[in-house]
Ligand binder design. Sequence first.
Ligand SMILES: C[S@@+](CC[C@H](N)C(=O)[O-])C[C@H]1O[C@@H](n2cnc3c(N)ncnc32)[C@H](O)[C@@H]1O
Length: 724
Amino acid sequence: MNNARFESYYKTQSIIPEDQWDAFLNTLREPLPTTFRVAGSRQVARALSEVVRDTYIPNLTDLVFEGEAIPPPRQIPWYPDGLAWQFNVPKKVLRKHPEFKKFHSFLVYETEVGNISRQEAVSMLPPLFLQVIDMCAAPGSKTAQLLEALHADDDVNSSSIPSGIVIANDTDPKRTHLLIHQSSRLPSPSFMVMNLDASNMPNIKVPHEPPQGSNLRNLVFDRILCDVPCSGDGTMRKNVAIWKHWSPLDGNGLHSLQLRILKRAMRVLAKGGRIVYSTCSLNPVENEAVIAAALNDIPGFTLIDVSSLYPQLIRKPGMTYWKPPVDKELNFSDSYEGYLESLPEERRKTTKMVKTHWPPDNVDELYLDRCMRLYPHLQDTGGFFVAVLERVEFPSASERTHKEGKRTAEHLEEPSTAKKPRINEVEVEDIMDQDESAAVSISASALVPEPEQGEKDGVEPAESANDTGFKEPPYTYLPRDDPSVVACLEKLNINSSFPAHNLLVRNPTGEAARSMYLTNDLVRKIIGSNDYTRLRLVTAGTKIFGRQEGKSAGSSFRVLGDGIPVVMPYIADEHIVTADIEMLRVLMEGYYPLLTAFNQEFRRTLEIKSPGNHIVRFPAGDRDGVNLSHDLVVPIWKSGMSLGLMIDKKTKRSVNALSLRLFGRDITTVGQQKAKSQNENQARGDQTETPVEHAPMVEEGKEPTPVIGDDDNVPGEVEENSET
Ligand SMILES: C[S@@+](CC[C@H](N)C(=O)[O-])C[C@H]1O[C@@H](n2cnc3c(N)ncnc32)[C@H](O)[C@@H]1O
């Protein structure tokens, strides 16, 4: 693992003091420790962190494997509330040492159900500096961390409907679906996913409140994460291929896109709002140079000094001097002007170097030392860069137009000068709108990767997104008196304060066909005020009801696993069936058990219930050595004289995880079948696994078949959720 140009480039930049250089390089060559956060709302995260600390760590302490001492997992010192952990043990220890094997399968299961998020330590940082609220931990990437922040005070079984929103955007359609998947671990009526080029993001319209002359205004955000596409050389410990392919020009090429994305974010930020700009690159051209250029281009912003936050995080200040490489051979030039002069006349117009690659003349006025650099050798992490910008003031519209014109002439020599007049016009419009809309409370996450061709200085983008082949189905809000809505709410005894006006469907006819999604009011206003294809809106809100067909079901909607916490606050206690943990065991062990398999009290309660969907609560507590750390609430289905847990894909995994956590093994029908086959195989000395028949699952649109578990979630490696 060597790259002479990498070494030479970063030595020239003096990013690391000479006496630390060897430690820096050696750490880059070592594998990264495994890191994870316990996730979910504050309550879930704390409960699970206690399980790690009190149940697993004692058994993982003072272990020796093949003569070597194995260090136990430890908490990452700077992460709030001790909710992030790291360990560094060889794979064979995870596979072979019985205690680590147990711990590993616990991690795999909890990751599956979204209670644990494997994420690189430094990648956990950007959302922390957004400080939407006091953060804990979440499933998946940084977007999930933002969603968690929005839902931090939720109870395990009852979630709020926040008035703000989190928008996750990515230009890559496939990756937007990954985002949906990851955030499904924390379903939220306040979540939207868009598939836009962040550097050219259209304004999002919302109605004025109270209504004013013009109907709509531009939405502004008070928190934006710009985790921009970058060369990624801070991830070399994990992505070893970077050693081979790294080139000093990688950063130069990304700089303009990074700058355009940051500038677009700055233009849609509310007064007092914050942007976190981050990369997993060590290169100042992708970091401080972008920040400096953005600050010089858009007035009214300042870098925030966050050095006192998370004091245990060892970081270095941002750089105030750097030298952009002008070619692959690592030649440098002191200034842009000097560089242009050194070029033959005909190359001056075609060079890809831009003035903002160099430190600006006023670099000392920008407080670039307030940026944070995270180096691998300092705390056994990846390399990372974070800067926090705040919008401190809005100049008046006329001041702004004047200044902006002047700045353009003085400081900016970007190729797209032809677009400048238009930028100014739009900015004025934005500022006026922002003054009127400062009360809007929004969080947004701009997520991004590959650089794009044909760069332009993005401010107000072209209005036509329709010709881009965006094919997602439309969003239609159902009337409150829609018969399917009324029947569904009645069946589950959901009271009239439930925001049924925010239920939407996604199909061409706009009728309640298969699923109903719930959004909050702001999402509804956005959908009502914008062409969703122009916003390239991939998803909005969370799916809470699904149609159930079948003999016992007739044709009705049932609450989905994700919908339970959302509807719980609207259901009176007397409509929830309470049962003890033994009943849960019966539901898990049996395949569609008869009512007679349950105790008398539970049986009597259910006998008088109508067929179909009901909700059961298992209260927290200890019984027969089984400990439920918090109330568990699940949907069940009554069909004739039988009962079953309602299993959708997510619930199915969580039931397996729950079984493992409560009963120490997978007691579900398929889990038992699988264990039996494995035992038989082992008895025969056969190492291969016997395939187990998949038990049917209850999925949307199918006859409810309340069966627990199947074998498609055999523990594998814990997957990492985020890029960096
Ligand atoms: C560093 S990754 C983001 C990682 C993410 N924040 C996380 O924590 O998992 C950069 C992302 O930027 C996206 N991207 C690249 N160019 C973009 C653009 N012009 N607009 C929006 N997203 C872009 C890429 O698809 C990629 O997913």
